[in-house]
Design a binder for this molecule. Structure first.
Ligand code: BGC
Length: 741
C-alpha cells in the first residue's frame, strides 16, 4: 500500500468506528488491530523507542541519526522538545514515514511549565488538594499549548531521607497524604480526559520504591519487605493508576536485587495484573541499558529481552529495543505477542490523545502565546506559593511586619530569580518573569523602606560582604535574612551527606544577630535542612522552599500579613544526618525511649541526641492560635460495614483570621503484626475567622483500620484503636478510643 495514503486510511477507519475522542472510555482496539496488521517488525520496535532531542536530562546515550529514525518510522516518541514550532516540525517529519504514525512529545513538567509553581514538596505542605490539582491543571494547559502531550510527572515516591536530592519532587513521607496528592496531580494533568485539547498524559514515577534508596544516595539499591512495599510505598502509585494515569515510569533502583526496569513482579504482576493498568510503561533515562552495570544483563541485547519480557514498553534513551528487539522476536526470544502488546499500549494512548485524528492538535502558536504565563495562571501560582510556606517560629509575634518599618534584606538568595524556580523547572533562557524576594518586598513595602546587601554567596568561604550587611542591619528596624541551599543542590544527582546551611551563611546569621536587631530568616531549600543554631537562636523563621515564578510576591504576602501562613511540614526534619531515616509513623520497640533526651538507659535512641525530630511531620504555625475541644465519638464500637463519626470543635483563639490543618491519626494498639505508633488517616483544612469556632467531623470505617497481615492479606483485626486528633503528629490535642468487633 502507498505510504502517504495510510495515514488517511486511519482517519477513514476512525470515522467508520465513529470515534468520539472526548470519551476516555472509548475503545480503539479494532483500529489498533488494523494498524498493527500493517506494521513491519522494525516499525513496531520503532514505536517502543524514545530519544531526547535538543536537551539532555541524563548522561549521554549512544549516537544515532535521530531525525532519520523519525522519518523512517523507527521512533515512537521524543523527549525534551518544547515549543509548538519545534514540535510541529518533528511531527511533520514523522508523518512522512511509511505509516505516518504521529509522535508523542514528553517533558518533565514537574511543577508548572512557563508559569512555575512551587516545587512539589513545597506544594504538599499546603495540604490543599484542590490547589495542587489546579497547579497541575495549569501546567497542562500551558504545556499542551506548547506542543507537549505527555509530562513525566507526578513523582509519587515516598521519601524518608532528606539526604536524597529527589525528595523535593514528591509529597513527603506520608502514604495517605501522598496518595491523595498523587491522584490530584494525575487528574490535574489529564483534565477532562484524553481527547480534550488541553490534557496531557501523566507519567507516574518512579516505579517503584526509589525513595528508599540506601543512604539517600541517588540511583542506589532498595531492599524492602513486600509488606512495606505494599503498605507504604505502593499506595500512591495505585491511587494514581486508579485516577486514570496514562503512563508509568520505571525507577533506576534495583528492588531486592531486581532492577525495576526488569521486574516482572512490579510491572506484569502488580501494575498490569493486579491493577489492570491499560497504559504503557516507559523506562527511566537509559535504565534498561543500565541493567548491564547493575550486573543483571550481559549486554544491551539481553537487557532488551529482560525488560520487554518483564513489561517495560518503551525504552527511553537506551537504544536497547531499537537495536535488538527485531532480532529477539525473529529468534523467538521475545514473543510477538509481548511485542504487540507493548505497541498496542502505546498506539492506544496515541488514539486516545486524538493524535491520529489531528497530529498537530497541540501545536497552535496562538493558543501558546495566550496560555504561557497568563495573569490567571500567575495568580494561581502566587496562591499556591503562599499556601506552601511554613511558619517554623514566630517568637514575640515579630511577624507580620508593620507597615512603614525599615527593612534590611540580606542574603545570597534575596535577589536570586533563578533559584526561586527550584529543581526540575522547565528550562527557560529568560527568567525575567520570576519575582525575586527583593522585588516582592520592594513592591509591598516600598523602595524607601528596603535596604539590601548580599552578605555572602551560597557556598562561599569569603566573609568580605559581612561588614556591609551588618552596616545596613544597623540602619534598619528589622532584618530579613534569605539563606539556604541553591537550587542546584537538590533534585536528581544532588544527594547531600551534610544537610547544613552551606558556606558561611550561618556565620552571617550570627553576625547579624549580634547587632541585636529583630531577625526573620527565610530558609530556601528543596529538602529539610539541619539548621539547629538558627532554629534555636533566631526568633522568627519561615521555611520558603522554592516557590516558583511568584516567590517574591508570595513571601511578601506572608510577611505583610496579607496571608496568614497555613503550611504544615510533610516530612520530619532531622536534628542531624545521623538521625536519618526519621519518620513519624514508626513502630514502637520493646524498649521505647520514655524521655526525649539523649540517654544510655537501655532504651531505643542515641546517647548523644534527643529522640524526637527537630520539627515533626504535620507541624507548622500560624499568626493565630487554635484551640481543640469537645471530642465526641458517635460510638466506641465499629463493626464490619459500619461507620463511626468523630467530631470536635476547633476555635480560632487569636487575633488573625487563619487556616488550620486538623489531622486525624489512628493507632492499632495490639495486632498480629506490630503497627505504627500513629498513622495519618484523614485531615481537614479549615478557615476560621478570629474568634470563630467550627465543628470538624471525621468518618472512620473499617478501611481506615486495615493493614497487610503476615500473609499479605488486607485485613482489619478486632481490638482497640487509639483515635488521635491534633495540630501535628507530635501535638495531639484530643483523643478517644474505638473497638473494632
Ligand atoms: C529522571 C526522570 C526524568 C527523565 C527524563 C531521568 O534522569 O530520573 O525523572 O523524567 O530523566 O528527563
Amino acid at each position: 500500500m502507498k505510504t502517504k495514503t495510510i495515514f488517511h486510511l486511519f482517519i477513514l477507519l476512525s470515522s467508520i468506528f465513529t470515534i468520539t475522542i472526548q470519551s476516555q472510555t472509548k475503545s480503539y482496539e479494532k483500529q489498533i488491530d488494523s494498524v498493527l496488521s500493517l506494521m513491519t517488525l522494525e516499525e513496531k520496535t520503532g514505536q517502543l523507542h524514545q530519544v531526547s532531542l535538543y536537551w539532555a536530562t541524563g548522561p549521554e546515550s549512544p549516537e544515532g541519526d535521530k531525525l532519520r529514525d523519525i522519518k523512517e518510522g523507527r521512533m515512537g516518541s521524543v523527549l525534551n522538545v518544547k515549543g509548538s514550532d519545534k514540535v510541529r516540525a518533528l511531527q511533520e517529519l514523522a508523518l512522512k514515514s511509511r505509516l505516518g504514525i504521529p509522535l508523542l512529545f514528553g517533558l518533565d513538567v514537574i511543577h508548572g511549565y512557563k508559569t512555575t509553581f512551587p516545587i512539589p514538596l513545597a506544594e504538599s505542605a499546603s495540604w490543599d488538594i484542590e490547589a495542587i490539582e489546579l497547579a497541575a491543571r495549569i501546567a497542562a494547559i500551558e504545556a499542551s499549548a506548547s506542543g507537549l502531550n505527555w509530562t513525566f510527572a507526578p513523582m509519587v515516591d515516598i521519601a524518608r531521607d532528606a539526604r536524597w536530592g529527589r525528595i523535593m519532587e514528591g509529597a513527603g513521607e506520608d502514604t495517605y497524604l501522598g496518595s491523595l496528592i498523587a491522584a490530584a496531580r494525575v487528574k490535574g494533568f489529564q483534565g477532562k480526559g484524553f481527547g480534550s485539547v488541553d490534557a496531557v498524559m501523566a507519567c507516574v514515577k518512579h516505579y517503584a520504591a526509589y525513595g528508599a534508596a540506601v543512604g539517600g544516595r541517588d540511583y542506589n539499591s532498595v531492599d524492602m519487605s513486600e509488606r512495606t512495599l505494599r503498605e507504604i510505598y505502593l499506595p500512591p502509585f495505585k491511587a494514581a493508576a486508579m485516577a486514570g494515569a496514562a503512563t508509568f515510569m520505571n525507577s533506576f533502583n534495583d528492588l531486592n536485587g531486581v532492577p525495576a526496569s526488569g521486574s516482572s513482579f512490579l510491572m506484569r504482576k502488580i501494575l498490569k495484573g493486579e491493577w489492570n493498568f491499560n497504559g504503557f510503561i516507559v523506562s527511566d533515562w537509559a535504565s534498561i541499558r543500565e541493567m548491564i552495570p547493575h550486573g543483571f544483563a550481559e549486554d544491551d541485547r539481553e537487557a532488551a529481552k529482560l525488560a520487554l519480557n518483564a513489561g517495560s514498553d518503551m525504552d527511553m534513551e537506551g537504544y536497547c529495543y531499537r537495536n535488538n528487539l527485531k532480532d529477539l522476536v525473529e529468534k523467538g526470544e521475545v514473543s510477538l505477542a509481548n511485542l504487540d502488546d507493548a505497541v498496542r499500549r502505546i498506539l492506544r494512548k496515541k488514539f486516545e490523545m486524538g493524535l491520529f485524528e489531528d497530529p498537530f492538535r497541540f501545536t497552535d502558536p496562538i493558543r501558546e502565546e495566550k496560555a504561557l504565563n497568563n495573569p490567571e495562571h500567575r495568580k494561581a501560582a502566587r496562591d499556591m506559593a503562599r499556601k506552601s510556606i511554613v511558619l517554623i517560629k514566630n517568637e514575640a509575634d515579630l511577624l507580620p511586619l508593620k507597615k512603614g518599618q525599615k527593612i534590611a534584606l540580606i542574603g545570597p538568595l534575596a535577589k536570586s530569580e533563578d533559584d526561586m524556580l527550584g529543581g526540575w523547572a522547565v528550562g527557560w533562557d529568560d527568567n525575567s518573569d520570576v519575582v525575586s524576594q527583593f522585588e516582592g518586598l520592594e513592591i509591598r513595602f516600598g523602595k524607601e523602606n528596603l535596604l539590601y546587601a548580599k552578605g555572602c554567596g551560597v557556598s562561599d568561604s569569603s566573609k568580605d560582604g559581612f561588614e556591609e550587611a551588618v552596616k545596613i542591619a544597623n540602619e534598619a528596624e528589622v532584618v530579613i535574612l534569605s539563606i539556604g541551599e541553591s537550587r542546584s543542590m537538590n533534585g536528581e544527582a544532588a544527594s547531600r551527606s551534610n544537610l547544613g546551611i552551606p558556606g558561611v551563611q550561618e556565620d552571617l546569621v550570627k553576625a547579624i544577630m549580634a547587632t541585636g536587631k529583630p531577625v526573620v530568616v527565610l530558609m530556601n531549600a528543596g529538602r529539610p535542612l539541619v539548621f539547629n543554631w538558627v532554629a534555636d537562636n533566631v526568633p522568627t523563621i519561615l521555611y520558603t522552599w522554592w516557590l516558583g515564578s511568584e516567590a517574591g510576591n508570595a513571601i511578601a504576602d506572608v510577611i505583610s500579613g496579607d496571608y496568614n501562613p497555613s503550611g504544615k511540614l510533610t516530612v520530619s526534619f532531622p536534628r542531624n544526618e545521623g538521625q536519618i531515616p526519621i519518620y513519624y509513623n514508626h513502630f514502637n520497640t520493646g524498649r521505647p525511649s520514655l524521655k526525649d533526651i539523649p540517654s544510655k538507659d537501655f532504651r531505643t535512641g542515641y546517647i548523644d541526641l534527643k529522640q524526637s525530630p527537630k520539627f515533626p511531620f504535620g507541624f507548622g504555625l500560624s499568626y493565630t492560635t487554635f484551640d481543640y475541644s469537645d471530642i465526641n465519638i458517635s460510638s466506641d464500637k465499629l463493626s464490619k460495614g459500619g461507620v463511626v463519626e468523630v467530631s470536635l470543635t476547633v476555635k480560632n483563639t487569636g487575633d488573625f483570621d487563619g487556616e488550620e490543618v486538623v489531622q486525624l491519626y489512628i493507632r492499632d494498639c495490639v495486632a498480629s503484626l506490630v503497627r505504627p505508633m500513629k498513622e495519618l488517616k484523614d485531615f481537614k483544612k479549615i478557615a476560621l475567622k478570629s474568634g470563630e469556632s467550627k465543628k470538624v467531623t471525621f468518618k472512620i470505617d473499617e478501611q481506615k483500620l486495615a493493614f497487610y497481615n503476615e500473609k499479605l492479606e488486607w485485613v482489619t483485626e478486632p481490638g482497640k484503636f487509639d483515635i488521635m486528633i491534633g495540630s501535628s503528629s507530635a501535638d495531639i490535642r484530643q483523643q478517644s478510643v474505638l473497638y473494632f468487633e
